[in-house]
Design a protein around this ligand. Sequence first.
Ligand code: NAP
Ligand code: MG
Length: 400
Amino acid sequence: MEKIKMQTPIVEMDGDEMTRVLWKMIKEELLLPFVELKTEYYDLGLKHRDDTEDHVTVAAAEAAKKYGVAVKCATITPNAARVKEYGLKGMWKSPNGTIRAILDGTVFRAPIIVKGIEPYVKTWKKPITIARHAYGDVYKAAEMKIPGPGTCELVYTDEKGKEARELIQKFQSPGILQGMHNLNKSIESFARCCFNYALDIKQDLWFASKDTISKQYDHTFKDIFQEIYETEYETRFKEAGITYFYTLIDDAVARVIKSEGGYIWACKNYDGDVMSDMVATAFGSLAMMTSVLVSPDGKYEYEAAHGTVQRHYYKYLEGESTSTNSVATIFAWSGALRKRGELDGNQALMEFADKLERATISVIEDGVMTKDLALITTIPNPHVAESGEFIRAIRAKLEI
Ligand code: NAP
Ligand code: MG
């Protein structure tokens, strides 16, 4: 069989622990036998990040900007224990945070739907994609404990020293206080990422906040979305046959539960944090989610939503058998290959990406799956596959 050719490289960001082990298996079993894989390789494994004082992460993100499509393996975000474990020179920042800051992107997460792994919500038939704003609000807030009676105000001093004030509360007794912010620029790029992504995957876009209560803060989000929609996207949405829909967050939650799925739900930072965990769990598992970072100028970085599965890696190092789910990592690769194919007009590459995803799903639907899925499947007597065995079962399907 002739291998599929590629024109432009994909930026490949290797990672850590069990997912690094899966990464190698996926390349050897599912990609290299079928595709003349062209990648620009960056080793984001913790050791190499430390050796390069994390310059490799920045270089990888710059390469993603240059080529437009990247695929990333899960990586360790070092904490004190990791600094000791790896003898690190520094407690390097989260690679995802570094890459997100350079690409200025929004993360879109959607469940991978498989027969036999049924959503807890009976009406859900199609994936619900969550788009989470990744800047500001409560994640960049200032907080205070108020010890007793006193006055709290918001004060804005402009560059000329002129003040504007807003009373928050005249405290009569102890309490708590929080001040948070966002930037119009960040909200605008979040909105554009969402509109572009909706056009890209041809699905409706929902956005919700609490603008009836928060008449300045949340209302600004609503207004920015509306204005960008009307001036830049309305015509294109009509042509694509999709809609943009704004509602209150509590109304959105009620509608989501009653819906069939099949749309993008854009969420403010906190809502996205909470709702993405709810949606992921309700659809089955974090190992059955696709995740892609999209920049406002249309650069894509595909990844798995879960971590490096440390506990399984230590078992693997002891020579014990593991049953680690590689589906999200496989779909990170298929997502990147499909997007590369789309940008390069490479039909064969796009078809291969589809075939790889179908083969992966059909192995599970045949009852062969990793332990995490075997525990929740409705398929009777599933076969619990070891990590490599699951990947080889997919290869067997690709070879037919
Ligand atoms: P984790 O790697 O997501 O794993 C937590 C637990 O979830 C695992 O122990 C396992 O449960 C289950 N699990 C997750 N993914 C699985 C898979 N593919 N197949 C089967 N089971 C899976 O989170 P963590 O252990 O808290 O974090 C480990 C490292 O990952 C940390 O150093 C963290 O910094 C990093 N991290 C990276 C990313 C990223 O790069 N995107 C995201 C999150 C965390 P059982 O042990 O019960 O089987
Ligand atoms: Mg969370």
